[in-house]
Design a protein. Structure first.
Length: 388
């Protein structure tokens, strides 16, 4: 049950927080942490029930992600990305799901959805080649979901697909050395002329239209939700959770300084610091409340078997990117008001500041595209995009 997962995760938080600096330095989440999270049931929260998954309310999944991210941003990011792939695979052809989970239903998948791969039609499927960047947590996965363009007879793209590829068909290139979210090990995946059978492909346009071959075996409301809603929230939740966790640590540190009378008292009496804390708290609350509200409303409609209106799907994307912006604004306030204390390498504020800014540059967190789509819809103009 989701409550049991959250309880087990909270027991893991002290050890996850203790490893945060090691994760940052080593550029990867330890295998032990991933194993602990798997044992807690995190990666089964959005997995189909027919493979031992919980098929829970997605709001509960994002709550767990935020809690983990509050202890370590990189660990929360990897958890969210690997966890949401269990849901995405549930939209694939039943044979593809069985290919991955038939022998081991705890198998994890990574992804890189940018359409940089090339699919050439061949008998029974396609031949895939390409190099994909930013596959978070790929070392913990044995399958990958990769974006690719189908190339027609004239060498021009004719379709956009996501394909499922086993570990034996790709190489992982260790290239991840960045400023923030350092521990996500978002390395590069390389494929050279691998065969992809038809059943391991799904058209992105079909998913945007809420049509998926996986519906034949996964009819539950969870799998009736839009890909854009579930995935984009999965890349916003770790950013929001990272900042929310840092805020709590920040307050705890300041209260301790007040009690010990080591200068923190004078800072706490500073009205400008008080205003900054209030603004940061408001931004964090707004980010959480809005993103949860929209996912909850979509899920309730799916449970009731009702249509999912474009208006709500656009509002979700609007608030998802704004939630990321709000989190960044909040961490900037905390970073600034911490003064010189925020500059030390490895301090919670410094690491959270780097992680939040790094997570915010993911394409799904790009505010301009999502806000422009919302504006078009608000003015009554047609909106055609796979990420709504």
């Amino acid at each position: 049950m989701p409550d049991d997962v959250l309880t087990k995760v909270r027991e893991l938080l002290p050890s996850i927080a203790e490893r945060a600096q090691t994760v940052d330095d080593s550029r990867r989440v330890p295998d032990q942490t991933v194993q602990d999270l798997a044992a807690a049931g995190v990666f089964r929260m959005l997995q189909p029930a027919r493979y031992g998954g919980l098929e829970c309310d997605p709001v509960r999944f994002y709550e767990v992600v935020r809690e983990i991210s509050g202890a370590c941003g990189s660990t929360g990011w990897v958890t969210s990305i690997l966890g949401v792939h269990s849901w995405h695979l549930g939209l694939f052809d039943p044979q593809a799901q069985d290919d991955v989970w038939g022998q081991d239903d705890s198998t994890l998948l990574s992804s890189s959805y940018a359409p940089v791969g090339e699919l050439v039609p061949v008998d029974g499927g396609f031949r895939l080649s390409g190099n994909w960047r930013f596959s978070s947590g790929c070392e913990h996965a044995t399958w990958a979901l990769l974006g690719a363009l189908v190339v027609g007879a004239e060498g021009r793209p004719v379709d956009f697909m996501t394909v499922l590829v086993p570990r034996s068909d790709y190489r992982i290139l260790d290239v991840w050395d960045v400023v923030g979210m350092r521990g996500t090990a978002s390395n590069e995946i390389s494929v050279d002329k691998a065969f992809v059978p038809h059943h391991r492909t799904v058209r992105n346009y079909d998913l945007a239209q809420l049509r998926a071959p996986g519906h034949a075996v996964n009819p539950g409301p969870l799998f009736r939700l839009p890909f854009a809603a579930i995935f984009t929230t999965a890349v916003a939740a770790p950013v929001i959770g990272t900042v929310a966790g840092c805020y709590e640590q920040y307050l705890g540190a300041m209260r301790n300084r007040v009690r010990l009378s080591l200068g923190g008292g004078r800072f706490a009496e500073d009205q400008f610091a008080q205003v900054a804390v209030a603004r940061a708290a408001s931004e964090i609350d707004a980010a959480i409340l809005q993103t949860d509200r929209n996912i909850r409303e979509l899920y309730e409609l799916a449970v009731a078997g009702q249509p999912l209106p474009t208006r709500l799907r656009l509002r979700l994307r609007r608030d998802q990117v704004r939630g990321t912006e709000r989190a960044v604004e909040a961490i900037d306030l905390l970073f600034k008001t911490s003064g010189g204390n925020s500059l030390g390498r490895g301090t919670p504020v410094e690491r959270a500041w780097r992680d939040a800014h790094a997570g915010s540059v993911h394409v799904a967190n790009d505010p301009e595209r999502a806000l422009a789509m919302y504006g078009r819809g608000a003015f009554g103009l047609p909106v055609e995009d796979n990420l709504i």
